[in-house]
Design a protein around this ligand. Structure first.
Ligand code: SAM
Length: 240
């Protein structure tokens, strides 16, 4: 067999999302109803290129795991759904660390904003890091893409919410101060932390540390794990 071909692609746009670092991002789309935007780059930001797309409720987003590019790839990975210990083939996973770091997410298309020279797709439910390069967008076709009888291997159903999320008064005061700009903030934080984003070896295993922080929007969300409950105790604004 000849040497595999290699190709180069240009990103057609970029994701703007509330997730400013990888830790804490939902592991698949549709788990947390967060807003996001796909901004098309000028060459592609043409109204006619998205004409008819708003007749579809969801879109497939093909993107680059731009913050997971490593030298080389491993044939097996350890999916969190298997507790982070058991290995499966990389092609039997949705891992970011793959021969070609290409991601595939189906997200809700909330609206399309077109002004001359700018096309912004408002999406919801993404599992996408802010700044993710977008390679392609396609309409989700329920007749072809929705396969309710398909077998889901080691991930047959949506992950369970595994922990209760509580807030200190201090955290509630800060969340209240964001009400104007981020009315859904408390709901978003609860939806994110109920899946316990800790690495699998920490969740339910030996507690390596009890305090956690994730960058969300323009603040660091801080929480402690206490007996499988997530206690949110602060949201610390981040400059710049
Ligand atoms: N739904 C996609 C798929 O199946 O190809 C992504 C699944 S992957 C398990 C989801 C994780 O990718 C997120 O939890 C986040 O940590 C990571 N991620 C999202 N955007 C990324 C990016 N631009 N670079 C690297 N990792 C990213």
């Amino acid at each position: 067999m000849s040497q595999p071909d290699s190709f180069s692609f240009d990103a057609i746009g970029v994701v703007r999302s509330c997730f400013k670092q990888k830790f804490g991002i939902p592991r698949q789309p549709g788990l947390v109803d967060v807003p996001g935007v796909i901004e098309l780059y000028p060459d592609y930001a043409r109204e006619e290129a998205v004409r008819g797309l708003d007749d579809f409720s969801h879109i497939w987003v093909l993107f680059l795991f731009h913050q997971a590019q490593r030298e080389g790839w491993k044939a097996t990975v350890r999916p969190p759904r298997l507790g982070g210990n058991e290995r499966v083939g990389v092609f039997a996973s949705r891992s970011m660390f793959r021969p070609n770091p290409i991601g595939l997410s189906v997200v809700k298309l909330a609206s399309i904003e077109c002004v001359p020279g700018s096309v912004r797709l408002h999406i919801r439910g993404g599992d996408l890091l802010d700044g993710t390069p977008v390679l392609d967008i396609k309409p989700y076709l329920p007749y072809a893409d929705a396969l309710p009888d398909a077998r889901g291997g080691y991930a047959p159903a949506s992950p369970e919410a595994v922990c209760e999320v509580l807030f200190t008064n201090r955290a509630l005061e800060v969340i209240e101060s964001y009400r104007e700009r981020l009315p859904e903030l408390r709901h978003t934080i609860t939806a994110l932390l109920q899946y316990d984003p800790r690495p699998a070896y920490q969740a339910g295993g030996v507690e390596q540390k009890a305090e956690f922080a994730m960058r969300l929007y323009d603040f660091d969300l801080k929480w402690r794990m206490e007996e499988e409950k997530a206690l949110v105790y602060d949201l610390v604004p981040v400059e710049g």
